[in-house]
Design a protein around this ligand. Structure first.
Ligand code: GLC
Length: 442
């Protein structure tokens, strides 16, 4: 059980399970990744052509929202501002925005309007780091484009001024766009963590403006660390969920007392966050469905990333992959939305997920003969279904030696025979359990 007081606001999030991450901005223009300015130590001046070049005429937030719905996603998180500091929203505190660069549109406004209209919850990614601001540490910082540029050595910077600016921009996002369901801060490192961001004040402001909002844990952590959210004394800025990046934790995520903590794995569709020329290493729909199942079986969410093209479109091949995942979800969504860990050992053939008294067996690996529903007490099985079709427990002299295990056959004929899985990606068996009998006297 997730501690109810601490995690009550994550209810919708833990039900939704599947969201769309959208990494988009001026870095999409050069197609070499959102870290390019850091990797290649590019100055503001030399980066300017990409800012000027961000005029995505084909951008249609409605198309994005439809793609997310077709994928079976329930929420989304858009990079309102990434580490380069370029804002996809109108800001009174900066002209380094999509409203001022010649494009003239408030992308965040269009995004929140369209996604809400399609019934999706809306989240915003906001970079705590800003390489465009003179108050942000440059020389000697771990990542800044001028980290080892002698011209920046000893240069004064007013970090408090930076924090005023950063807080003011967060205030704009939390004020000007209606209800924001989730704010995804990114990220803490070295000394820049927690109160170094004036995190207490920031979180208090955000929660006051957006009482129901969910926050990730990166005001004191990053993709590879947890922060104090897993301890007995989480801080006000420890966040509502852990955000493992580009991996699925082996056992889900538990706090130090062994209780589940809400978490969301953010994972790219190919191998980059932003539109990256030449990267066609797409994960297949089959892999994505199976990884979503694995994540849900461990009590987590999948935030699957797309990096739209510089002209604003989500590429057709990406839409195709997402639509196939959505096709599977349209048939099997009951086993994902509102479902979570089954508290049963992982079966060899796949995974279990669970929603109350309903267990879902996700079968990836076809059995020889009938499938053993390992770990499930056969006396508690009320009914079994495969693809909406009621099936009976397999009965054969070959399984008589296993009276404590229920078996299911994938064929209509002799259950001793081996049949192909009805769905080769993931065949879901719905197992309705009778409520546990209450011992006498309780
Ligand atoms: C990393 C990267 C960043 C990306 C994020 C998504 O922190 O720095 O570019 O946006 O992961 O989780």
């Amino acid at each position: 059980m997730v501690a109810p007081d601490r995690h009550a606001r994550t209810n919708w999030f833990r039900d939704d399970r599947f969201g769309m991450f959208i990494h988009w901005g001026a870095f999409s223009v050069h197609g070499r990744g959102e870290w390019l300015r850091s990797w290649e130590k590019i100055s503001m001046e030399d980066y300017q052509p990409f800012i000027d070049g961000f005029t995505p005429e084909a951008f249609d937030a409605d198309d994005w929202a439809r793609t997310a719905v077709a994928a079976g996603m329930k929420y989304a998180v858009l990079t309102a501002k990434h580490h380069d500091g370029f804002c996809l929203f109108d800001s009174a505190h900066s002209t380094y925005t999509s409203v001022h660069n010649g494009f003239g549109r408030d992308v965040v406004a269009e995004y929140v309007e369209a996604f809400r209209r399609h019934g999706l919850k809306v989240g915003l990614y906001f970079s705590l780091i800003d390489w465009s601001h003179p108050g942000f540490p440059a020389f000697g910082d771990a990542h800044h484009p001028h980290r080892d540029d002698p011209a920046y050595e000893g240069r004064e910077h007013d970090f408090d001024r930076y924090l005023d600016f950063m807080h003011a921009q967060v205030r704009e996002l939390a004020t000007n766009y209606g209800q924001i369901d989730l704010m995804w801060f990114d990220f803490s490192y070295d000394d820049l963590t927690g109160e170094a961001w004036r995190a207490g004040e920031l979180v208090e402001m955000v929660r006051e403006l957006q009482p129901g909002i969910l926050l990730d844990n990166r005001l004191e952590a990053n993709g590879g660390s947890f922060g104090s959210i897993i301890t007995d004394s989480p801080l006000p800025w420890s966040g509502d969920f852990v955000s493992p990046e580009q991996l699925i934790p082996a056992e889900g995520i538990l706090d130090l007392q062994g209780r589940p903590v809400p978490w969301e794995a953010c994972i790219t569709l190919n191998n980059h966050w932003t539109h990256f020329f030449g990267d066609e290493d797409y994960k297949t729909p089959r892999m994505l469905v199976r990884k979503l199942v694995e994540i849900v079986s461990k009590g987590g969410n999948l935030l699957l990333n797309v990096g739209p093209h510089p002209d604003g479109r989500i590429l057709a091949e990406e839409q195709q992959i997402l639509a196939e995942v959505g096709g599977w979800l349209s048939r099997n969504g009951d086993s994902i939305y509102g479902a979570g860990a089954a508290d049963l050992p992982k079966p060899e053939w796949g995974y279990y997920t669970r929603k109350g008294d309903v267990l879902y067996a996700h079968v990836f690996e076809p059995p020889i003969g009938p499938l053993a529903l390992v770990g499930v007490d056969p006396t508690r099985i009320d009914s079994l279904e495969i693809g909406g079709r009621r099936v009976e427990r397999a009965d054969s002299w070959l399984i008589e030696a296993y009276p404590d295990t229920a078996f299911v056959s994938f064929g209509e004929g002799d259950p001793a025979l081996t049949y192909p899985l009805p769905d080769d990606v993931d065949t879901v068996i719905t197992i309705r359990l009778t409520p546990p009998s209450i011992p006498h006297g309780e």
